[in-house]
Ligand binder design. Structure first.
Ligand code: ZN
Length: 246
């Protein structure tokens, strides 16, 4: 109730941003100690409570934003990395537990999730970027054309979410191709339904490319914490929209 009231107050506040859904009608203003003016308007509260729909603390490490508009601090490296498999794939150590729990839960439902890409260093991202740039140049693209083609497919070093250690490319044991067809696998469907329970969100949804700057990637999941993941997935929005950075 407190959260619903807070949302109501917030939406009535002058600073309330336009929201697609109608939270107002759900806010049970019970006429308690809210001061209601004679014209039916409600006085603004002295302190602005957090929006129940939004992040309780947008500065949390788990809500770190990395995209072309928000590059990471130069040379960012997660505080601690955890090795996730025999091939040495790594994730930020803080999300290793939730990731393993998610994989185990999926396994129980007959879905075999496989981590194909986790943490990627800025150096590695640079190598991949330069490699692709070279490939395009050798294919006969001019400098500008090669740059544009590379940029459309690869994140510029420092702007890849994989550098945060909080992103995981997850495929099905029976489907390793990173294409839209993956979305039809039982594993991809399981993730859409359950990932938020373990703190992960589908980071680059369909039809959100203009906001995220990245095309639809049904395999790319991002840890944001359980509470925030549930809100984001329930609202069907992106991390950018959630943080007001869209
Ligand atoms: Zn990815």
């Amino acid at each position: 109730l407190a959260l619903a009231l807070a949302a109501g107050w917030y939406l009535r506040g002058a600073l309330a941003p336009a929201r697609p859904q109608d939270t107002l009608s759900e806010a049970p203003l019970d006429g308690g100690d809210e001061a209601e003016g004679i014209d039916g308007t409600i006085d603004e509260p002295k302190t602005q409570p957090a929006d129940a729909d939004g992040p309780a603390d947008p500065t949390l490490w788990s809500l770190m934003l990395a995209n072309t508009q928000h590059p990471l601090p130069d040379g960012y490296v997660p505080p601690q990395l955890a090795e996730m498999d025999k091939e040495g794939r790594q994730l930020d150590a803080r999300i290793a537990g939730p990731f393993r729990e998610m994989v185990a839960a999926a396994e129980k439902d007959g879905c075999h999730l496989v981590l194909t890409s986790g943490y990627r260093s800025e150096e590695r991202q640079k190598e991949l970027y330069v490699q692709m740039l070279r490939d395009y140049l050798s294919m006969g693209y001019g400098a500008a054309g090669a740059w544009d083609a590379t940029k459309s497919l690869r994140n510029i070093p420092g702007t890849s979410e994989h550098q945060t250690g909080l992103a995981a490319d997850i495929v099905s044991a029976g489907y390793w191709t990173l294409d839209e067809g993956y979305a039809d696998t039982a594993e991809a469907k399981w993730l859409v339904k359950h990932a938020a329970e373990y703190g992960f969100i589908l980071r680059y949804p369909k039809d959100k490319t203009e906001i995220t700057g990245t095309s639809y990637e049904p395999w790319h999941y991002r840890y944001v914490g359980v509470e925030d993941a549930k809100k984001i997935m329930a609202r069907g929005i992106t991390l950018e929209e959630y943080l007001g950075e869209a």
